[in-house]
Write a protein that binds this ligand. Structure first.
Ligand code: FMN
Length: 314
């Protein structure tokens, strides 16, 4: 029997596979056994109801989709009163994801969702298309540290900071989030992108710019996780392009303690449970009794000296 459990700070997950915010809700309980997931990550909520961005909100590309949903939702009150009871029909830890336009609102939202039924607060400080005038704190180290420390002061719940791959210095921002008091980092949100309709000459998305999600991005996010894991001591949840058990293994070897899955579940709604099954089989095949032993276990020797290698006899 393989031990698939992992710890994210004080929170123990039965296995490291959880859905990505915005790609999951309790409604998929009709299709998969939600109780098998490592955690339940809810769609990002804002204080007030939001309509979201103009349509079309999704467009296909050669390698994945770009989307600009704009965080539509019924607001925090609806989440507390109507959605939490639905989530609590299931057993995995519940991760509430919050968004706001100012650091003060973020702290107030964190206070609002700090109810007993919520196990973790994920702070979406990185939505690339939410609103050009605010919300994407994770492009700047100082803003990140500031917003996270305000949230830290407002709640006793574990705080996971979701970072942006669009930041220039992601490692600096990861350190800023840790200094602000985050208990874990989620790396990462989507890559800001553009698609143009060559018949109309207009952007394919109503909001013009969107976030690209694609398995092709996995090596890039994996590199980001690897680099951040070297500099922070809090756990990291790797998020980007996971479609199979080996992707989970790769993220863990790079230093992640768990992974999120979004896109893969659009292609196959039972992808998450299939990945969990395959992960267990992979461990059995490899004789790995405890999955968490893989965290940061990539053999990480300095690159070979090319001159040295060239001088070696064939
Ligand atoms: C349709 C859609 C909606 C999303 N909504 C949210 C959201 O509400 N909050 C959030 O933090 N991320 C959101 N994301 C980003 C995902 O959580 C995740 O970061 C991204 O899809 C990368 O993971 P993947 O490659 O496994 O899809 C959304 C992504 C998609 C495709």
């Amino acid at each position: 029997m393989v031990d698939l459990s992992v710890r994210i700070g004080d929170v123990t997950l039965a296995n490291p596979v959880m859905p990505a915010s915005g790609t999951f809700s309790y409604e998929v309980g009709n299709i998969i056994d939600i109780n098998r997931l490592g955690a339940m990550v809810a769609k990002t909520i804002s204080r007030e109801p939001r309509w979201g961005n103009p349509t079309p909100r999704m467009a296909e590309t050669e390698a994945g989709i770009i989307q600009s949903i704009g965080l539509p939702g019924k607001g925090v009150r609806y989440f507390l009163d109507h959605m939490i009871p639905e989530y609590k029909k299931y057993t995995p830890p519940l991760v509430a994801s919050i968004s706001a336009a100012t650091a003060e609102d973020f702290a107030a939202m964190a206070r609002d969702v700090s109810v007993p039924e919520v196990d973790v607060i994920e702070v979406n400080i990185s939505c690339p298309t939410r609103d050009p005038s605010g919300g994407n704190f994770a492009l700047h180290t100082e803003h990140t540290r500031n917003v996270v420390s305000g949230i830290r002061a407002a709640t006793d719940k574990p705080v996971w900071a979701k970072l942006s791959p669009n930041a220039g210095d992601l490692v600096g921002i990861a350190v800023g989030a840790e200094q602000g008091g985050a208990d874990a980092l989620v790396i990462s949100n989507t890559f800001l992108s553009l698609k143009i309709d060559t018949d109309t000459f207009r952007p394919s998305l109503g909001n013009k710019l969107g976030g690209l999600v694609s398995p092709a991005l996995k090596p890039i996010v994996l590199r980001m996780v690897y680099q951040c894991a070297k500099e922070v001591s809090i756990p990291i949840i790797g998020l980007g392009g996971v479609t199979k058990a080996e992707d989970v293994v790769e993220y863990m070897l790079a230093g992640a303690s768990a992974v999120g899955v979004g896109y893969a579940a659009f292609r196959n709604p039972s992808a998450l449970t299939a990945i969990i099954d395959d992960l267990e089989k992979w461990c059995e095949r490899k004789g790995i009794a405890r999955l968490s032993d893989l965290i940061g276990a990539m053999i990480d020797e300095p690159p070979a000296d090319t001159m040295d290698a060239a001088a070696r006899p064939l």
